[in-house]
Design a protein around this ligand. Sequence first.
Ligand code: PNS
Length: 161
Amino acid sequence: MGTRAVYPGSFDPLTNGHLDLIERSLRMFDELIVAVVTNPAKTALFSDAERVEMIREATRDLRRVEILVFEGLLVDFVRSVGARAIIRGLRAVSDFEYEFQMALMNRKLREEIETVFLMPHEAYSYISSRLIKEVAGYGGAVTGLVPPGVEKRLLEKLARR
Ligand code: PNS
């Protein structure tokens, strides 16, 4: 059996920074499960299905990637799919505190699961889904910061508002 990792997140929406991390993870692990946290409170801009679809489109040419939705504790999901590693991205020092807390809490819950931090390419270090939504919401261009399919859906979604 090969090595399998889980890359969890909200992905609301997927950015080129996320995509960069997916590609980097595939250099280290045989299989990657991109795990989209479900949104029961409906606070996300995109539905679970839309977020999955955008990731599927953007990773169409990448073999060894599977996209699943999860709810509940991340460590339980990771265990249920037979993985031992969680991938998280660190863009800047400001990410560190929150990530450090989550990694240690997850370790407390399941000691055998390791969190692996990867740095996205520096060209993407300032990109976040939150800023992408804000900029696109005010009509700013996000070309080159998100995959083309995501840009298209952002424009469609925001035009409907
Ligand atoms: O992309 P995000 O929003 O930074 O991802 C956060 C995510 C989904 C990884 C985190 O909220 C999570 O793991 N949620 C599942 C519930 C859980 O396990 N919480 C305890 C984390 S220590």
